[in-house]
Design a protein around this ligand. Structure first.
Ligand SMILES: Cc1cc2nc3c(=O)[nH]c(=O)nc-3n(C[C@H](O)[C@H](O)[C@H](O)COP(=O)(O)OP(=O)(O)OC[C@H]3O[C@@H](n4cnc5c(N)ncnc54)[C@H](O)[C@@H]3O)c2cc1C
Length: 452
Protein backbone atom coordinates (compact mmCIF):
# COMPACT_ATOMS: atom_id res chain seq x y z
CA UNK A 1 0.00 0.00 0.00
CA UNK A 2 1.32 3.46 -0.95
CA UNK A 3 1.67 6.04 1.83
CA UNK A 4 1.64 9.80 1.32
CA UNK A 5 2.11 12.85 3.54
CA UNK A 6 -1.18 14.20 2.18
CA UNK A 7 -4.07 12.40 0.45
CA UNK A 8 -6.69 14.65 -1.11
CA UNK A 9 -10.11 13.31 -2.14
CA UNK A 10 -11.44 15.45 -5.01
CA UNK A 11 -9.48 17.46 -7.57
CA UNK A 12 -11.66 20.58 -7.92
CA UNK A 13 -10.41 24.12 -7.25
CA UNK A 14 -10.15 23.39 -3.49
CA UNK A 15 -8.26 20.10 -3.75
CA UNK A 16 -5.99 21.40 -6.50
CA UNK A 17 -5.02 24.57 -4.61
CA UNK A 18 -4.19 22.63 -1.45
CA UNK A 19 -2.38 19.86 -3.35
CA UNK A 20 -0.17 22.20 -5.36
CA UNK A 21 0.89 24.22 -2.33
CA UNK A 22 1.58 21.12 -0.19
CA UNK A 23 3.65 19.60 -2.97
CA UNK A 24 5.59 22.85 -3.39
CA UNK A 25 6.71 22.66 0.25
CA UNK A 26 8.09 19.16 -0.33
CA UNK A 27 5.22 16.95 0.86
CA UNK A 28 4.29 13.80 -1.03
CA UNK A 29 0.74 14.37 -2.29
CA UNK A 30 -1.80 11.97 -3.80
CA UNK A 31 -5.00 13.26 -5.33
CA UNK A 32 -8.00 10.99 -5.86
CA UNK A 33 -10.39 12.07 -8.57
CA UNK A 34 -13.50 10.22 -9.76
CA UNK A 35 -13.36 9.16 -13.40
CA UNK A 36 -16.44 11.17 -14.43
CA UNK A 37 -14.49 14.46 -14.16
CA UNK A 38 -10.95 15.44 -14.96
CA UNK A 39 -8.99 17.59 -12.54
CA UNK A 40 -10.69 20.95 -12.11
CA UNK A 41 -13.77 19.28 -10.60
CA UNK A 42 -17.29 20.55 -11.15
CA UNK A 43 -15.93 24.03 -11.72
CA UNK A 44 -13.97 23.15 -14.83
CA UNK A 45 -16.04 20.25 -16.17
CA UNK A 46 -19.66 20.93 -15.29
CA UNK A 47 -19.91 24.37 -13.67
CA UNK A 48 -18.11 27.71 -13.88
CA UNK A 49 -16.18 27.15 -17.09
CA UNK A 50 -18.69 25.54 -19.49
CA UNK A 51 -21.34 28.07 -18.44
CA UNK A 52 -18.93 30.96 -19.02
CA UNK A 53 -17.93 29.58 -22.41
CA UNK A 54 -21.61 29.41 -23.45
CA UNK A 55 -22.34 32.83 -21.91
CA UNK A 56 -19.54 34.33 -24.01
CA UNK A 57 -21.22 32.90 -27.13
CA UNK A 58 -24.55 34.31 -25.91
CA UNK A 59 -23.01 37.78 -25.44
CA UNK A 60 -21.50 37.66 -28.94
CA UNK A 61 -24.88 36.58 -30.37
CA UNK A 62 -26.69 39.35 -28.51
CA UNK A 63 -24.24 41.93 -29.87
CA UNK A 64 -24.64 40.55 -33.38
CA UNK A 65 -28.42 40.82 -33.09
CA UNK A 66 -28.14 44.38 -31.75
CA UNK A 67 -25.32 45.52 -34.02
CA UNK A 68 -27.46 48.02 -35.86
CA UNK A 69 -27.02 50.33 -32.89
CA UNK A 70 -23.28 50.39 -33.64
CA UNK A 71 -23.97 51.30 -37.27
CA UNK A 72 -23.18 47.78 -38.47
CA UNK A 73 -25.16 45.37 -40.60
CA UNK A 74 -24.76 41.78 -39.45
CA UNK A 75 -27.37 39.09 -39.88
CA UNK A 76 -27.46 36.80 -36.86
CA UNK A 77 -28.44 33.29 -37.96
CA UNK A 78 -30.41 31.05 -35.57
CA UNK A 79 -28.31 29.27 -32.98
CA UNK A 80 -26.86 25.83 -33.67
CA UNK A 81 -26.52 24.57 -30.12
CA UNK A 82 -24.55 21.50 -31.21
CA UNK A 83 -21.83 23.76 -32.66
CA UNK A 84 -21.78 25.96 -29.56
CA UNK A 85 -21.44 22.88 -27.36
CA UNK A 86 -18.56 21.65 -29.52
CA UNK A 87 -16.74 24.99 -29.03
CA UNK A 88 -17.37 24.77 -25.29
CA UNK A 89 -16.03 21.22 -25.17
CA UNK A 90 -12.94 22.44 -26.96
CA UNK A 91 -12.45 25.15 -24.29
CA UNK A 92 -12.89 22.53 -21.58
CA UNK A 93 -10.37 20.22 -23.24
CA UNK A 94 -7.83 23.09 -23.30
CA UNK A 95 -8.44 23.83 -19.63
CA UNK A 96 -8.20 20.13 -18.72
CA UNK A 97 -4.86 19.87 -20.51
CA UNK A 98 -3.58 22.99 -18.70
CA UNK A 99 -4.66 21.58 -15.34
CA UNK A 100 -3.17 18.15 -16.05
CA UNK A 101 0.17 19.77 -17.01
CA UNK A 102 0.15 21.71 -13.75
CA UNK A 103 -0.61 18.60 -11.66
CA UNK A 104 2.14 16.62 -13.39
CA UNK A 105 4.66 19.48 -13.02
CA UNK A 106 3.95 19.61 -9.30
CA UNK A 107 4.66 15.86 -8.90
CA UNK A 108 1.23 15.12 -7.53
CA UNK A 109 0.33 11.43 -7.76
CA UNK A 110 -2.94 10.95 -9.59
CA UNK A 111 -5.27 8.18 -8.46
CA UNK A 112 -8.44 7.65 -10.49
CA UNK A 113 -11.60 6.35 -8.85
CA UNK A 114 -14.00 7.01 -6.00
CA UNK A 115 -12.36 7.40 -2.61
CA UNK A 116 -13.95 6.37 0.67
CA UNK A 117 -12.58 5.96 4.17
CA UNK A 118 -11.53 2.53 5.41
CA UNK A 119 -10.12 4.09 8.60
CA UNK A 120 -9.00 7.53 9.71
CA UNK A 121 -5.75 7.15 7.71
CA UNK A 122 -6.75 4.70 4.96
CA UNK A 123 -8.70 5.37 1.79
CA UNK A 124 -10.12 2.71 -0.55
CA UNK A 125 -10.30 3.80 -4.19
CA UNK A 126 -12.89 2.04 -6.34
CA UNK A 127 -12.70 2.38 -10.11
CA UNK A 128 -15.74 2.12 -12.39
CA UNK A 129 -14.71 -1.40 -13.44
CA UNK A 130 -14.86 -2.38 -9.79
CA UNK A 131 -11.06 -2.65 -9.17
CA UNK A 132 -9.93 -1.26 -5.84
CA UNK A 133 -6.69 -0.06 -4.30
CA UNK A 134 -5.91 1.37 -0.89
CA UNK A 135 -3.69 4.33 0.08
CA UNK A 136 -2.64 5.75 3.41
CA UNK A 137 -2.33 9.44 4.28
CA UNK A 138 -0.69 11.13 7.27
CA UNK A 139 -3.08 14.00 6.57
CA UNK A 140 -6.29 13.71 4.55
CA UNK A 141 -8.18 16.54 2.88
CA UNK A 142 -11.82 16.08 1.85
CA UNK A 143 -12.55 18.25 -1.20
CA UNK A 144 -15.37 16.31 -2.85
CA UNK A 145 -17.52 19.30 -3.82
CA UNK A 146 -21.28 19.26 -4.16
CA UNK A 147 -24.15 17.89 -6.25
CA UNK A 148 -27.49 19.30 -7.42
CA UNK A 149 -30.46 19.19 -5.05
CA UNK A 150 -33.44 17.27 -6.43
CA UNK A 151 -37.07 18.24 -5.81
CA UNK A 152 -39.27 15.39 -4.53
CA UNK A 153 -41.97 16.12 -7.14
CA UNK A 154 -39.45 16.59 -9.97
CA UNK A 155 -36.74 13.90 -9.91
CA UNK A 156 -34.11 14.31 -12.64
CA UNK A 157 -34.84 12.05 -15.62
CA UNK A 158 -32.06 13.24 -17.95
CA UNK A 159 -34.63 13.90 -20.65
CA UNK A 160 -36.81 16.84 -19.75
CA UNK A 161 -36.35 17.33 -16.01
CA UNK A 162 -32.73 18.24 -15.76
CA UNK A 163 -29.97 19.21 -13.37
CA UNK A 164 -27.44 21.86 -14.46
CA UNK A 165 -25.03 18.99 -15.25
CA UNK A 166 -27.60 17.55 -17.67
CA UNK A 167 -28.66 20.86 -19.23
CA UNK A 168 -24.99 21.55 -19.96
CA UNK A 169 -25.01 18.45 -22.20
CA UNK A 170 -28.11 19.57 -24.09
CA UNK A 171 -27.75 20.09 -27.83
CA UNK A 172 -31.36 20.87 -28.78
CA UNK A 173 -32.81 24.31 -28.22
CA UNK A 174 -36.10 23.89 -26.30
CA UNK A 175 -38.85 26.17 -27.53
CA UNK A 176 -39.95 26.66 -23.89
CA UNK A 177 -37.77 26.16 -20.82
CA UNK A 178 -38.84 26.32 -17.17
CA UNK A 179 -36.14 27.23 -14.65
CA UNK A 180 -37.00 26.45 -11.04
CA UNK A 181 -34.86 28.61 -8.74
CA UNK A 182 -33.75 32.23 -9.12
CA UNK A 183 -30.20 31.86 -7.76
CA UNK A 184 -27.01 32.53 -9.71
CA UNK A 185 -27.11 29.24 -11.65
CA UNK A 186 -30.78 29.70 -12.63
CA UNK A 187 -30.16 33.31 -13.69
CA UNK A 188 -27.15 32.35 -15.84
CA UNK A 189 -29.13 29.63 -17.65
CA UNK A 190 -32.05 32.07 -18.10
CA UNK A 191 -29.70 34.50 -19.86
CA UNK A 192 -28.27 31.70 -22.00
CA UNK A 193 -31.50 30.19 -23.25
CA UNK A 194 -33.35 33.51 -23.57
CA UNK A 195 -30.52 34.87 -25.73
CA UNK A 196 -30.40 31.69 -27.80
CA UNK A 197 -34.13 32.06 -28.57
CA UNK A 198 -36.02 29.83 -26.13
CA UNK A 199 -39.02 31.15 -24.26
CA UNK A 200 -37.93 31.10 -20.60
CA UNK A 201 -40.12 30.94 -17.50
CA UNK A 202 -38.35 31.40 -14.15
CA UNK A 203 -40.02 30.46 -10.91
CA UNK A 204 -38.68 31.58 -7.54
CA UNK A 205 -40.42 30.88 -4.24
CA UNK A 206 -39.06 34.01 -2.52
CA UNK A 207 -39.85 37.60 -3.46
CA UNK A 208 -36.83 38.47 -5.64
CA UNK A 209 -34.29 36.87 -7.93
CA UNK A 210 -30.92 36.26 -6.22
CA UNK A 211 -32.86 36.14 -2.94
CA UNK A 212 -29.74 36.04 -0.76
CA UNK A 213 -28.63 39.43 -2.10
CA UNK A 214 -29.88 42.96 -1.59
CA UNK A 215 -33.62 43.09 -2.45
CA UNK A 216 -33.33 46.23 -4.58
CA UNK A 217 -30.69 44.54 -6.72
CA UNK A 218 -32.82 41.41 -7.08
CA UNK A 219 -35.78 43.53 -8.22
CA UNK A 220 -33.56 45.45 -10.70
CA UNK A 221 -32.45 42.16 -12.22
CA UNK A 222 -36.04 40.95 -12.38
CA UNK A 223 -37.05 44.15 -14.27
CA UNK A 224 -34.15 43.71 -16.70
CA UNK A 225 -35.05 40.03 -17.29
CA UNK A 226 -38.72 40.94 -17.82
CA UNK A 227 -37.74 43.59 -20.39
CA UNK A 228 -35.71 40.94 -22.20
CA UNK A 229 -38.81 38.73 -22.42
CA UNK A 230 -38.03 36.27 -19.60
CA UNK A 231 -41.21 35.50 -17.62
CA UNK A 232 -40.16 35.85 -13.99
CA UNK A 233 -42.60 34.54 -11.40
CA UNK A 234 -41.44 35.36 -7.87
CA UNK A 235 -43.31 34.33 -4.69
CA UNK A 236 -44.50 31.38 -6.75
CA UNK A 237 -44.43 27.71 -5.83
CA UNK A 238 -44.81 24.78 -8.16
CA UNK A 239 -47.04 22.03 -6.85
CA UNK A 240 -46.70 19.43 -9.56
CA UNK A 241 -45.06 18.74 -12.91
CA UNK A 242 -46.96 16.39 -15.22
CA UNK A 243 -45.03 14.66 -18.01
CA UNK A 244 -46.82 13.70 -21.21
CA UNK A 245 -45.57 13.22 -24.77
CA UNK A 246 -42.22 14.96 -24.32
CA UNK A 247 -43.89 17.98 -22.69
CA UNK A 248 -44.03 19.02 -19.07
CA UNK A 249 -47.10 20.78 -17.69
CA UNK A 250 -46.53 23.02 -14.68
CA UNK A 251 -49.18 23.25 -11.97
CA UNK A 252 -48.66 26.19 -9.64
CA UNK A 253 -49.65 26.25 -5.99
CA UNK A 254 -52.80 28.29 -5.25
CA UNK A 255 -53.48 28.91 -8.92
CA UNK A 256 -55.56 27.33 -11.69
CA UNK A 257 -53.13 28.55 -14.33
CA UNK A 258 -50.84 26.02 -15.98
CA UNK A 259 -47.91 26.33 -18.40
CA UNK A 260 -46.42 23.72 -20.71
CA UNK A 261 -42.70 23.54 -21.50
CA UNK A 262 -40.27 21.21 -23.29
CA UNK A 263 -37.59 21.12 -20.61
CA UNK A 264 -37.20 21.98 -16.95
CA UNK A 265 -34.00 22.99 -15.16
CA UNK A 266 -34.17 22.31 -11.44
CA UNK A 267 -31.73 24.90 -10.08
CA UNK A 268 -32.74 25.04 -6.44
CA UNK A 269 -29.28 24.66 -4.96
CA UNK A 270 -26.49 22.20 -4.34
CA UNK A 271 -25.59 19.98 -1.40
CA UNK A 272 -22.23 18.65 -0.22
CA UNK A 273 -21.15 15.49 -2.02
CA UNK A 274 -20.19 13.41 0.97
CA UNK A 275 -22.64 10.47 1.14
CA UNK A 276 -20.25 7.89 -0.36
CA UNK A 277 -17.24 8.80 1.78
CA UNK A 278 -18.00 6.44 4.68
CA UNK A 279 -17.06 9.27 7.05
CA UNK A 280 -18.04 7.17 10.07
CA UNK A 281 -15.02 4.91 9.52
CA UNK A 282 -12.78 7.94 10.10
CA UNK A 283 -14.82 9.44 12.95
CA UNK A 284 -15.58 12.53 10.86
CA UNK A 285 -18.77 14.27 11.94
CA UNK A 286 -21.26 16.13 9.75
CA UNK A 287 -23.47 19.12 10.42
CA UNK A 288 -26.40 20.34 8.26
CA UNK A 289 -25.44 17.85 5.56
CA UNK A 290 -21.83 19.09 5.26
CA UNK A 291 -18.55 17.96 6.81
CA UNK A 292 -18.31 19.72 10.17
CA UNK A 293 -15.15 21.85 10.33
CA UNK A 294 -13.72 24.52 12.60
CA UNK A 295 -12.49 27.86 11.24
CA UNK A 296 -9.16 26.21 10.35
CA UNK A 297 -10.94 23.63 8.11
CA UNK A 298 -10.24 20.84 10.63
CA UNK A 299 -12.85 18.08 11.09
CA UNK A 300 -13.69 16.24 14.30
CA UNK A 301 -10.72 13.95 13.46
CA UNK A 302 -7.72 16.30 13.88
CA UNK A 303 -5.60 15.07 10.94
CA UNK A 304 -8.55 15.17 8.51
CA UNK A 305 -9.59 18.48 6.92
CA UNK A 306 -12.44 19.55 4.63
CA UNK A 307 -12.58 22.48 2.22
CA UNK A 308 -14.80 23.91 -0.50
CA UNK A 309 -18.40 22.85 -1.18
CA UNK A 310 -17.98 19.63 0.86
CA UNK A 311 -17.69 21.77 3.99
CA UNK A 312 -20.83 23.82 3.10
CA UNK A 313 -20.93 27.59 3.44
CA UNK A 314 -20.52 29.76 0.34
CA UNK A 315 -20.40 27.26 -2.53
CA UNK A 316 -18.12 29.15 -4.90
CA UNK A 317 -14.98 28.10 -6.75
CA UNK A 318 -12.89 30.98 -5.41
CA UNK A 319 -13.93 30.10 -1.84
CA UNK A 320 -12.84 26.48 -2.37
CA UNK A 321 -9.56 27.65 -3.89
CA UNK A 322 -8.83 30.17 -1.11
CA UNK A 323 -9.68 27.60 1.58
CA UNK A 324 -7.28 25.15 -0.08
CA UNK A 325 -4.52 27.79 -0.09
CA UNK A 326 -5.15 28.87 3.52
CA UNK A 327 -5.21 25.27 4.73
CA UNK A 328 -1.93 24.48 2.96
CA UNK A 329 -0.38 27.63 4.40
CA UNK A 330 -1.52 26.74 7.93
CA UNK A 331 -0.25 23.16 7.60
CA UNK A 332 3.12 24.11 6.13
CA UNK A 333 3.88 27.33 8.01
CA UNK A 334 2.07 26.75 11.30
CA UNK A 335 -0.11 29.84 10.79
CA UNK A 336 -3.75 30.12 11.87
CA UNK A 337 -5.19 31.87 8.82
CA UNK A 338 -8.97 31.80 8.32
CA UNK A 339 -11.24 32.75 5.43
CA UNK A 340 -12.65 36.28 5.60
CA UNK A 341 -16.17 35.30 4.52
CA UNK A 342 -17.15 38.95 4.47
CA UNK A 343 -14.78 39.79 1.64
CA UNK A 344 -15.84 36.97 -0.71
CA UNK A 345 -17.18 38.32 -4.02
CA UNK A 346 -20.55 36.79 -4.96
CA UNK A 347 -21.19 36.93 -8.68
CA UNK A 348 -23.82 36.01 -11.27
CA UNK A 349 -22.70 36.15 -14.90
CA UNK A 350 -26.21 36.73 -16.27
CA UNK A 351 -27.16 39.71 -18.43
CA UNK A 352 -26.90 42.19 -16.82
CA UNK A 353 -24.13 40.90 -14.56
CA UNK A 354 -24.69 41.15 -10.80
CA UNK A 355 -21.86 41.16 -8.28
CA UNK A 356 -21.79 41.77 -4.54
CA UNK A 357 -19.38 41.67 -1.64
CA UNK A 358 -19.60 42.13 2.13
CA UNK A 359 -22.64 43.36 3.99
CA UNK A 360 -25.85 43.56 1.94
CA UNK A 361 -28.34 45.16 4.32
CA UNK A 362 -28.66 48.29 6.45
CA UNK A 363 -28.43 48.10 10.26
CA UNK A 364 -27.78 50.49 13.16
CA UNK A 365 -24.15 51.05 12.17
CA UNK A 366 -24.50 50.60 8.44
CA UNK A 367 -26.15 53.00 6.01
CA UNK A 368 -26.66 52.44 2.31
CA UNK A 369 -26.19 54.71 -0.66
CA UNK A 370 -27.62 53.83 -4.08
CA UNK A 371 -27.00 55.22 -7.58
CA UNK A 372 -29.44 53.50 -9.92
CA UNK A 373 -28.10 54.79 -13.23
CA UNK A 374 -24.59 56.09 -12.79
CA UNK A 375 -23.80 58.60 -15.57
CA UNK A 376 -20.78 57.18 -17.41
CA UNK A 377 -19.36 58.06 -20.82
CA UNK A 378 -18.17 54.53 -21.50
CA UNK A 379 -21.70 53.14 -21.02
CA UNK A 380 -22.93 55.65 -23.62
CA UNK A 381 -20.39 54.77 -26.32
CA UNK A 382 -20.60 51.05 -25.52
CA UNK A 383 -24.40 51.43 -25.76
CA UNK A 384 -25.06 49.51 -22.56
CA UNK A 385 -27.32 50.30 -19.62
CA UNK A 386 -25.70 52.55 -17.00
CA UNK A 387 -24.53 50.72 -13.88
CA UNK A 388 -26.46 50.30 -10.64
CA UNK A 389 -24.12 50.73 -7.66
CA UNK A 390 -25.22 50.36 -4.06
CA UNK A 391 -22.77 50.85 -1.24
CA UNK A 392 -23.05 49.81 2.41
CA UNK A 393 -21.06 52.20 4.57
CA UNK A 394 -19.99 52.09 8.19
CA UNK A 395 -21.49 55.20 9.85
CA UNK A 396 -18.66 55.58 12.37
CA UNK A 397 -15.67 55.74 10.05
CA UNK A 398 -16.94 55.77 6.42
CA UNK A 399 -15.43 52.36 5.74
CA UNK A 400 -16.97 50.52 2.79
CA UNK A 401 -18.64 47.48 4.38
CA UNK A 402 -20.29 46.07 1.27
CA UNK A 403 -21.38 46.77 -2.28
CA UNK A 404 -23.58 45.48 -5.04
CA UNK A 405 -23.04 46.35 -8.69
CA UNK A 406 -25.30 45.54 -11.66
CA UNK A 407 -24.24 46.17 -15.21
CA UNK A 408 -21.47 45.81 -17.75
CA UNK A 409 -18.41 44.06 -16.30
CA UNK A 410 -19.90 44.09 -12.77
CA UNK A 411 -18.18 40.74 -12.10
CA UNK A 412 -14.83 42.48 -12.71
CA UNK A 413 -15.67 45.82 -11.04
CA UNK A 414 -16.61 44.12 -7.76
CA UNK A 415 -12.97 43.39 -6.97
CA UNK A 416 -12.23 47.02 -6.16
CA UNK A 417 -15.00 46.83 -3.58
CA UNK A 418 -13.67 43.47 -2.33
CA UNK A 419 -10.26 45.12 -1.86
CA UNK A 420 -11.98 47.93 0.06
CA UNK A 421 -13.92 45.54 2.31
CA UNK A 422 -10.89 43.29 2.94
CA UNK A 423 -8.66 46.26 3.82
CA UNK A 424 -11.22 48.47 5.60
CA UNK A 425 -10.82 51.25 3.05
CA UNK A 426 -12.92 54.37 3.57
CA UNK A 427 -14.97 56.22 0.94
CA UNK A 428 -12.28 58.94 0.98
CA UNK A 429 -9.45 56.48 0.25
CA UNK A 430 -11.26 54.85 -2.67
CA UNK A 431 -12.55 58.23 -3.90
CA UNK A 432 -8.97 59.59 -3.98
CA UNK A 433 -7.84 56.78 -6.29
CA UNK A 434 -7.54 57.89 -9.92
CA UNK A 435 -9.61 55.76 -12.28
CA UNK A 436 -8.73 55.66 -15.97
CA UNK A 437 -11.04 57.38 -18.42
CA UNK A 438 -13.24 56.16 -20.05
CA UNK A 439 -13.90 52.99 -18.09
CA UNK A 440 -16.82 51.24 -16.44
CA UNK A 441 -14.74 51.35 -13.24
CA UNK A 442 -15.45 55.07 -13.11
CA UNK A 443 -19.09 54.22 -12.27
CA UNK A 444 -17.90 52.70 -9.00
CA UNK A 445 -15.76 55.68 -8.02
CA UNK A 446 -18.58 58.08 -9.02
CA UNK A 447 -20.88 56.31 -6.57
CA UNK A 448 -18.15 56.42 -3.90
CA UNK A 449 -17.63 60.16 -4.42
CA UNK A 450 -21.37 60.86 -4.30
CA UNK A 451 -21.67 58.81 -1.10
CA UNK A 452 -18.83 60.74 0.63
C1 LIG B 1 -23.59 25.31 -13.40
C2 LIG B 1 -22.65 25.84 -12.35
C3 LIG B 1 -22.04 27.06 -12.54
C4 LIG B 1 -21.15 27.54 -11.57
N1 LIG B 1 -20.56 28.75 -11.79
C5 LIG B 1 -19.73 29.25 -10.87
C6 LIG B 1 -19.05 30.48 -11.08
O1 LIG B 1 -19.21 31.11 -12.13
N2 LIG B 1 -18.21 30.93 -10.13
C7 LIG B 1 -18.01 30.24 -8.95
O2 LIG B 1 -17.25 30.70 -8.12
N3 LIG B 1 -18.63 29.07 -8.72
C8 LIG B 1 -19.47 28.56 -9.65
N4 LIG B 1 -20.05 27.35 -9.43
C9 LIG B 1 -19.76 26.64 -8.16
C10 LIG B 1 -18.42 25.94 -8.25
O3 LIG B 1 -18.42 25.06 -9.35
C11 LIG B 1 -18.11 25.18 -6.97
O4 LIG B 1 -18.28 26.03 -5.87
C12 LIG B 1 -16.70 24.65 -6.98
O5 LIG B 1 -16.49 23.79 -8.07
C13 LIG B 1 -16.40 23.90 -5.68
O6 LIG B 1 -15.09 23.44 -5.72
P1 LIG B 1 -14.64 22.19 -4.85
O7 LIG B 1 -13.15 22.10 -4.98
O8 LIG B 1 -15.22 22.27 -3.49
O9 LIG B 1 -15.30 20.90 -5.54
P2 LIG B 1 -15.68 20.50 -7.02
O10 LIG B 1 -15.30 21.47 -8.04
O11 LIG B 1 -17.10 20.08 -6.94
O12 LIG B 1 -14.76 19.23 -7.27
C14 LIG B 1 -14.89 18.09 -6.50
C15 LIG B 1 -14.46 16.90 -7.35
O13 LIG B 1 -14.36 15.78 -6.47
C16 LIG B 1 -14.82 14.65 -7.16
N5 LIG B 1 -15.28 13.67 -6.15
C17 LIG B 1 -16.37 13.72 -5.40
N6 LIG B 1 -16.44 12.65 -4.56
C18 LIG B 1 -15.33 11.94 -4.80
C19 LIG B 1 -14.82 10.74 -4.27
N7 LIG B 1 -15.47 10.08 -3.31
N8 LIG B 1 -13.65 10.29 -4.75
C20 LIG B 1 -12.96 10.96 -5.73
N9 LIG B 1 -13.41 12.09 -6.26
C21 LIG B 1 -14.57 12.58 -5.81
C22 LIG B 1 -15.98 15.15 -8.00
O14 LIG B 1 -16.21 14.29 -9.10
C23 LIG B 1 -15.47 16.52 -8.42
O15 LIG B 1 -14.84 16.43 -9.68
C24 LIG B 1 -20.91 26.81 -10.39
C25 LIG B 1 -21.52 25.57 -10.20
C26 LIG B 1 -22.37 25.07 -11.17
C27 LIG B 1 -23.01 23.73 -10.96
Amino acid sequence: MQTFDVVIIGGGPGGLAAGIMMSQVGKSVAMIQEEQDSYGGICLNRGCMPTKSLLKAAAAYRQAKECEKYGLDVVAQPINLKRLQAVTQNDIATLRAMTQTMVTAENITTLRGKGSFASDHDIIITQTEGCTEQVRGELIIIATGSKPVELPFAPFNGKNILSSDQLLQNTELPSRLLIIGGGAIGCEFATLYNTFGSEVIMVEALDTLLPREDQEAGKMLQDAFTQQGIQVKTETMIEQLILAEDKVTIHYKDSDKTDTVDKVLVGVGRKPNIDCLNLGAAGVQTEHGAVKVNEFFQTSTPHIYAIGDAAGGLMLAHVAEKEGQLLAQNLSQGTTATLNKNAVPRVAFCHPEVAAVGINHESGDIRSFTMRQVPNGRSVVDKVAPAFVKLFINNDNSEIAGAVIIGEAATELIHEMALAVENHLTLEKVGKTIHAHPTHSKSVVSAVLHAS
